[in-house]
Design a protein around this ligand. Structure first.
Ligand code: FPP
Length: 220
C-alpha cells in the first residue's frame, strides 16, 4: 500500500496524515473485495524493515493499527470478514497485540473474506522460521510450516494477483514463496486514492492474463 507519504507531502501535510487517509482506503477496498470474487486479501501494512522509519511515524502507524482493529472489528464481523494479522508479534506494543487478539476472536466466524493484515512481516523471516519447523519435523508440509510461522491457521495459499500501488515495482520481502506464480499489477495510484474502480481494473487485468504455470497454453 505505497504512496501514503507522498500523497500527504504533495498536500503540504505530514506523512502521518497520509497513513490516516490510507486507512480509509483499506476500508473501501475491504468492502468491495468479496464482490470481485476475492476470498483472501492480504494487505502489507508494516514490513519488518519499516521499524527503520522515524520513531514518530512508527508510533503513529502503531496507534492507527490499534484504532483500526478496535473500531472496525465489529463492522468486519458483520460483513462476514475474518481477520488475521500475519507477521511477528513479539516486537509489537502490547496494546496492539491485545487489539489483534480481540479483533481476531471477534471476526473468527467470517466466511466471506479472509483479510490478512501483514504487520511486522518479513517473508524471509517467515521462510527461515518455517524451515526451522520443517527440519524439526513439526509438519511434513512446508506450506503448513509457513502458515504456522506467519500466524495464519487458515494456511498459506498461493498468491494469484499482487497489486503494488504508488508506482513502485518491487516485491519488498512480501509473500515470496506464495508468489511463485503470482500475476503482478503495478498501479501508479497513491494508496489513499486507490479505490474500488482501481481494484476492479487490476482484477480485470488479472483475468485477461494467460497463466500457464510452466505448461503450454493448450494443456492448461
Ligand atoms: C508504505 O508507503 C506504507 C506504509 C508503510 C504504511 C501502510 C499503512 C496504511 C495503508 C495505513 C493503515 C493500515 C491499516 C491496516 C489500518 P509510504 O507511506 O511509505 O509511501 P511513500 O512511498 O509515499 O513514502
Amino acid at each position: 500500500m505505497d504512496g501514503n507519504g507522498r500523497w500527504a507531502t504533495a498536500r503540504g501535510r505530514r506523512r502521518e496524515l497520509g497513513h490516516r487517509a490510507g486507512a480509509r482506503s483499506v476500508e473501501r477496498v475491504v468492502r468491495c473485495a468479496p464482490d470481485l470474487g476475492i476470498r483472501t486479501l492480504t494487505l502489507y501494512a508494516f514490513s519488518s524493515d519499516n521499524w527503520r522509519r522515524p520513531q514518530r511515524e512508527v508510533r503513529a502507524l502503531m496507534a492507527l493499527f490499534r484504532r483500526y482493529l478496535r473500531r472496525e472489528s465489529g463492522a468486519l464481523a458483520d460483513a462476514g470478514v475474518r481477520l488475521r494479522v500475519v507477521g511477528r508479534r513479539d516486537r509489537l506494543p502490547t496494546p496492539v497485540v491485545e487489539a489483534i487478539t480481540e479483533a481476531e476472536a471477534r471476526t473468527s466466524d467470517g466466511d466471506r473474506l479472509l483479510l490478512r493484515l501483514a504487520v511486522d512481516y518479513s517473508s524471509r523471516h517467515v521462510l527461515l522460521e518455517a524451515a526451522r519447523r520443517f527440519a524439526e519435523g513439526v509438519s511434513d508440509s512446508f506450506t503448513e510450516c509457513i502458515a504456522q510461522a506467519m500466524h495464519c491457521p487458515e494456511g498459506a495459499p498461493d498468491v494469484d494477483l499482487m497489486v503494488r500501488t504508488g508506482g513502485e515495482q518491487r516485491l519488498s520481502d512480501f509473500l515470496l514463496w506464495e508468489s511463485a506464480y503470482a500475476e503482478l499489477v503495478f498501479s501508479p495510484r497513491m494508496w489513499p486514492d486507490f479505490d474500488a474502480s482501481d481494484l476492479t481494473s487490476a482484477v480485470k487485468e488479472f483475468r485477461g492474463r494467460n497463466r500457464r504455470f510452466g505448461r503450454v497454453a493448450a494443456a492448461v
